[in-house]
Design a protein around this ligand. Structure first.
Ligand code: FAD
Length: 441
C-alpha cells in the first residue's frame, strides 16, 4: 500500500524511476553498496514486462555473448545490437556481461538452462526472474513505491526533485529506466522520454522493432495460421540488407515469427524514413524461399520428375504437392503462380513448372507497414547515446543523472540480448551512482 506523503522525503540517496529489468538491477547494485534507494513505479506492480518475456519463460541472456568477453569487436556487436552507435553497449557489457549476469542470478537462486543458445530459468517461469529481483530488493531494504504519478523530474542545485501526485522526493542521484514504448499495458508508455527531453536530452526517433510486418497481398488471407520453415531476405530499395531462416508464421495481415522479427528493425527504420522525408522511396521487400532445402535448379528438376511420373497420374497439381507443403499453402502458391490447383499435374509443362518453382523460391512480399508498438517486443531509437557516457551510463549534460535499459537508443535481436542490455546498463548505472555517492560520503 502506498503511503501518503505530507512532508518532502529527502532521506534517499538515489532514486530509480521504473521498476523494470534495468531499474531493479540498478537499485540492487547501488543498495549492495549501502546506498539508500527508492524505486518509483507507476504501475500497480513492479516488473510486469518481465512476466511476458520468452513466452512466459524469460530468455534472460544468450551464450553468444561469451565470445565477446575480453574482445571489443564492433562489427560483431552490430549484428546483435542496433542504434546510431551499436558499439555503445561494449563498455557496459565488458563491466557486467554474461558471466556476471549468470553469476548474479545463480546467487539469487536461478538455475539457468540453455535452449538454442538462450538462457532460461530451469523452472520455466519468467516470474521467477522478477521474484528473485524483488526478494533481493527486500533483503537490501530497497523501497519500491508503486502507482506513483510522476509530474516532473528536475534538478535543483545538488538534488534531483521528483514531483509526484503525493508529494516530492529528493535524492542526489537519479536513474531513469522507464523502458521503451512497446507493450504499453506493461507500463512502458513512453512517458519517461518526456522527462529526459525536458532535462535537455535528444530522443532519436522511436520505431517498433522485433515486430511483425504487414503486406497488402491478398495471398495472406488464404494462408493465415500456417507455419512453414523458410529462409528469407530483406531488400531496402533493391539492396539486400539481411538474410534469416527459421519458422515463418503467416497471418492474415502479413508475416511474423522470429526470423521476421530479427529483420524487422530494417523495415521499420526504412518505412519511418520514407514517411518522414518527402521524396524518399525506401521500398521494402521481403523475399521468401518456401523450400530452402533445395536449390532452385534442383527443385525444378525434382518437381518436373514428380509431376510427370506415375506418382502424379490422375492427381491434381495441389494433390501432387501433398507432403511438400502444408495443403493450404500449396494451393495458394499455385494460384499465385497463375495455375489452377485442380488442373492435372501431368499436364504441367516444363516452363510452367519453372514459373511455379520461381514463385516457391523467390516469393516477393512488398511490405507497406509494420505492426504497431503494441505488438513490438522492443522499441528502436531512444535517448541519444552520444549524450550518455558509455562507461558509466551517466548523462553528459546533467551530472548525477543516469539512464539505463531499453529507453536508450539501443535495441537487440531476439534471444536474450535485450534483457542482457537491461542488466548490463542497469548494473553499470547503479554501481557508478553508488561509487559517486560513496566517494562524497
Ligand atoms: C512480449 C515480450 C517478450 C520479450 N521477451 C524477451 C526475452 O525473452 N528476452 C529478452 O532479452 N528480451 C525480451 N523482451 C524485451 C525486454 O523485455 C525489454 O527489452 C526489457 O524488459 C527492457 O527493460 P527496461 O527495464 O529497460 O524496461 P521495462 O522492462 O519496460 O521497464 C520499465 C519500467 O518503467 C516503468 N515506467 C514507465 N514509465 C514510467 C513513469 N513515467 N513513471 C514510473 N514508472 C514508469 C514501467 O511500468 C516498467 O515497470 C520481450 C519484450 C516483450 C514485450
Amino acid at each position: 500500500m502506498q503511503k501518503e506523503l505530507r512532508q518532502p522525503k529527502s532521506n534517499y540517496e538515489m532514486i530509480v524511476i521504473g521498476a523494470g529489468a534495468a531499474g531493479l538491477m540498478a537499485a540492487i547494485q547501488a543498495a549492495r553498496g549501502n546506498v539508500r534507494v527508492l524505486v518509483l513505479e507507476h504501475m500497480d506492480k513492479p516488473g510486469k514486462k518481465l512476466l511476458l518475456t520468452g513466452n512466459g519463460k524469460c530468455n534472460y541472456t544468450n551464450e553468444a555473448l561469451f565470445k565477446w568477453e575480453g574482445q571489443q569487436d564492433e562489427t560483431v556487436i552490430s549484428h546483435y545490437y542496433h542504434g546510431a552507435c551499436p558499439a555503445f553497449v561494449l563498455p557496459a557489457i565488458k563491466q557486467f556481461g554474461i558471466t556476471e549476469t549468470l553469476q548474479f542470478f545463480e546467487e539469487l537462486g536461478v538455475y539457468g538452462i540453455v535452449r538454442r543458445g538462450g538462457y532460461y530459468p530451469a523452472g520455466g517461469q519468467a516470474s521467477s526472474i522478477r521474484d528473485v529481483l524483488l526478494m533481493e530488493c527486500e533483503r537490501l531494504g530497497v523501497d519500491i513505491r508503486c502507482e506513483i504519478g510522476i509530474r516532473a523530474v528536475r534538478k535543483a542545485e545538488k538534488n534531483f526533485v521528483i514531483e509526484t501526485k503525493n508529494g516530492d522526493y529528493f535524492a542526489k542521484k537519479c536513474v531513469i529506466a522507464t523502458g521503451g514504448k512497446s507493450y504499453k499495458k506493461t507500463g512502458s508508455d513512453g512517458s519517461g522520454f518526456l522527462y529526459l527531453e525536458r532535462l535537455g536530452h535528444r530522443i532519436q526517433d522511436l520505431v517498433p522493432a522485433l515486430v511483425p510486418l504487414q503486406s497488402e497481398l491478398a495471398f495472406f488471407k488464404k494462408v493465415a495460421g500456417i507455419r512453414a520453415e523458410i529462409s528469407t531476405q530483406i531488400y531496402i530499395d533493391d539492396e539486400l540488407k539481411s538474410c534469416e531462416s527459421g519458422e515463418l508464421q503467416l497471418t492474415d495481415y502479413g508475416i511474423s515469427g522470429i526470423c521476421i522479427f530479427q529483420m524487422s528493425y530494417l523495415a521499420s527504420n526504412a518505412l519511418y524514413k520514407a514517411s518522414k522525408e518527402k521524396g524518399a522511396k525506401e521500398h521494402v521487400r521481403v523475399l521468401i524461399d518456401f523450400f530452402p532445402s533445395m536449390e532452385q535448379e534442383e527443385l525444378q528438376r525434382y518437381l518436373l520428375k514428380r509431376f510427370q511420373s506415375v506418382f502424379s497420374e490422375n492427381k491434381s497439381c495441389a494433390q501432387a504437392l501433398c507432403g511438400m507443403f502444408p495443403d493450404k499453402l500449396a494451393v495458394a502458391l499455385l494460384e499465385e503462380a497463375g495455375f489452377a490447383p485442380a488442373q492435372p499435374a501431368s499436364l504441367m509443362s516444363e516452363s510452367q513448372i519453372r514459373t511455379f518453382t520461381e514463385t516457391v523460391k523467390r516469393f516477393c512480399v512488398p511490405i507497406h507497414a509494420t505492426r504497431s508498438f503494441e505488438q513490438a517486443q522492443v522499441t528502436a531509437g531512444g535517448v541519444a547515446t552520444d549524450e550518455i557516457c558509455a562507461d558509466t551510463m551517466e548523462s553528459k549534460l546533467i551530472s548525477g543523472l543516469y539512464v539505463a535499459g531499453e529507453m536508450l537508443d539501443i535495441d537487440g535481436i531476439c534471444g536474450g540480448f535485450n534483457l542482457q542490455w537491461a542488466w548490463s546498463s542497469g548494473a553499470v548505472a547503479g554501481r557508478h551512482a553508488r561509487d559517486a555517492i560513496r566517494s562524497k560520503k
